[in-house]
Design a protein around this ligand. Structure first.
Ligand code: FMN
Length: 465
């Protein structure tokens, strides 16, 4: 029997969260700047049993040699972009069970501020917050915007990230004992100072000393997501992540990726299934096969090679705009997005041309499985992916950039998946559950004991539940 999976939805808070589609009648992405739009999205997802709404985010935007290409502003290519974190309290208030996963980088942020923001949101969401830990896409642009002059290599950024996450975990897990918050007006005791344990961290990249000013929320630590897929990115995930986002392309490749993550988790002293793997899927579904194919074609017609080249440059730092499309893409290395480059240039395999790469990228951009069909075809394909790769969840990627990307799925495909036991039954009304329980299937809202962050806990503290 196919296993039960988690269901998420991928969004970005900008007019075109994939390829430029906002001009299409179904594209509502240009409403990204209104609270009402997102409240509507969140309520629909909540009512339909979706586990989490994921916001990808970056401070940067596509640049080529430090300059923003005109097309970025003209077509609104992942630009301009708001800060999703500031919206979450409003969405949490309007929803009951939907989780929220926010992207925040370990490059230009500081551990204490990051820990504080996520701990606050753990309270305001009632334990429905997750952190997508990124070492930064558009990093060169971000560095320019933040005035960062020292250059850090791809792998060094993950070393920094390991330490960054450790500091956060120590703040979340190690400072407050479970019963440190007393709140007893009769004795004028708000918190018990004997049950607060200051941290004293001095590492290669960060120093942090003192007490964390936020008492534990329902989850204490947000659910830790991660999405880097390079060798070093996977090692980081195996150590830190509770959920890894991948962009599966074929069942065989996804299966190998999942296996690799599980094996590396074991090497870090964790159980193989302690790390859940969620793959991106772009689904174009309609009542009939032909309608779905026509819709997908309409979508692809919106994607131009020029837009693709700009997005490609933004992700990889590699400018293909000036190249002859027939020229081979040989020996490209990029510190900004090695994974993306590796996807196209593989040792021992025929070297693609610049034109091949851009055409492929135009259709897939930075995405997972592309599935088009009628509801049963889509359900069958998802079942084949889950059975064949052992992924634990799927995340719906945007199509035209409006709610249609998930509304039709929820109406047409989700009931079939529920019948097959692949999605949890829909409760009569959304139920307040922590994001950790929903995504990892854990029985506890708290970080599991096998996670490295658990080592910061105090022995006097009861096993969290
Ligand atoms: C599904 C998915 C979502 C991602 N979302 C973001 C994001 O929102 N912001 C970001 O800076 N990087 C994002 N990334 C990029 C990675 O987190 C990572 O920083 C990048 O791939 C470089 O690391 P790598 O070389 O290990 O892959 C995402 C990647 C994937 C697969």
């Amino acid at each position: 029997m196919t296993k039960q999976i988690s269901l998420g939805v991928f969004e970005m808070m900008n007019p075109n969260n994939g390829m430029p589609t906002w001009t299409h009648p179904l594209g509502k992405g240009d409403r990204y700047d209104t609270v009402d739009y997102w409240v509507g999205v969140a309520k629909t997802l909540d009512a339909n049993g979706v586990d989490f709404l994921f916001f990808a985010d970056t401070y940067g935007y596509a640049t080529i040699d430090g300059v923003m290409p005109d097309l970025v502003a003209k077509h609104g290519i992942q630009f301009p972009g708001f800060d999703p974190m500031l919206l979450i309290s409003a969405l949490a208030r309007e929803t009951t069970g939907l989780g929220f996963v926010l992207t925040s980088p370990t490059t230009v942020e500081r551990p204490y501020a990051t820990a504080r923001r996520f701990a606050t949101l753990d309270h305001y969401t009632g334990g429905r917050i997750g952190w997508n830990i990124v070492t930064g896409s558009s990093q060169a642009t971000t560095d320019d915007l933040f005035g960062v002059s020292e250059t850090t290599t791809h792998d060094e950024r993950y070393d920094v990230a390991d330490e960054f996450v450790d500091v956060c975990l120590e703040l979340w897990e190690g400072v407050w004992e479970d019963d440190a918050l007393v709140r007893d007006a009769s004795t004028n005791t708000f918190a018990d100072p004997a049950k607060l344990h200051p941290i004293d961290h001095e590492g290669a990249h960060f120093r942090a000393r003192g007490v964390f000013a936020i008492p534990p929320g329902p989850q204490r630590s947000p659910v830790l997501f991660q999405a880097g897929t390079s060798e070093r990115g996977r090692a980081f995930a195996a150590r830190n992540a509770e959920a890894v986002l991948i962009q599966g392309q074929t069942v065989a490749k996804a299966a190998a990726h999942v296996l690799d993550i599980r094996e590396q988790a074991v090497a870090h002293g964790r159980e193989p299934h302690d790390v859940k793997v969620v793959t991106g899927v772009t689904i174009t579904v309609a009542p009939t096969h032909d309608e779905a194919v026509a819709k997908r074609q309409e979508l692809e017609n919106l994607y131009t090679v020029d837009d693709a080249a700009v997005i490609f440059a933004g992700f990889t730092g590699v400018d293909l705009t000036g190249f002859d499309p027939a020229s081979p893409l040989t020996a490209i290395t990029s510190d900004q997005g090695q994974t993306l480059v590796d996807r196209f240039v593989r040792p021992g395999e025929p070297v693609p041309t610049v034109g091949d790469v851009l055409d492929d990228f135009r259709m897939r951009a930075n995405r997972g499985f592309q599935i088009t069909g009628d509801p049963v075809e889509v359900a069958d394909e998802l079942q084949r992916i889950v059975d064949g790769s052992d992924v634990d969840g799927i995340m719906l990627e945007p199509t035209f950039g409006g709610p249609e990307a998930f509304e039709e799925f929820l109406e047409l495909v989700a009931p079939i998946l529920r019948e097959r036991g692949m999605l949890a039954p829909l409760p009569a009304a959304p139920e307040p559950t922590s994001l950790r329980e929903r995504v990892t299937g854990a029985a506890s809202r708290r970080l599991p004991g096998g996670h490295p962050g658990a080592r910061f806990r105090h022995e006097t503290e009861p096993v969290a539940g």
